[in-house]
Ligand binder design. Structure first.
Ligand code: FES
Length: 81
């Protein structure tokens, strides 16, 4: 399914980019911009962002790294004044 019509990016392209980024760096934060960059493309109009984001969220490898989840939950705040 085409997700981004401007750049002809499919849901499979997005999944492949996410899987590749997660395999390359388990701690990376994956953003739409990084996916465009990994695919050698650049966002144009941005109309695809809602579908682009929901496609990203449906990939099991999109989860934040455990260390960042701890920050969000306030578990790692004890190290700073
Ligand atoms: S539809 Fe994706 S940038 Fe335009």
């Amino acid at each position: 399914m085409i997700v981004c019509h401007c750049q002809n990016i499919t849901d499979r392209d997005i999944d492949a980019a996410i899987d590749w980024m997660r395999a390359s760096d388990p701690a990376t934060i994956i953003t739409p911009g990084k996916i465009y960059h990994a695919l050698g493309k650049k966002a144009d109009c941005g109309d695809c962002m809602p579908l682009f984001l929901s496609t990203m969220r449906s990939n099991a490898n999109i989860e934040f790294p455990a260390t960042l989840r701890a920050l969000r939950d306030g578990q790692a705040r004890g190290s700073r004044p």
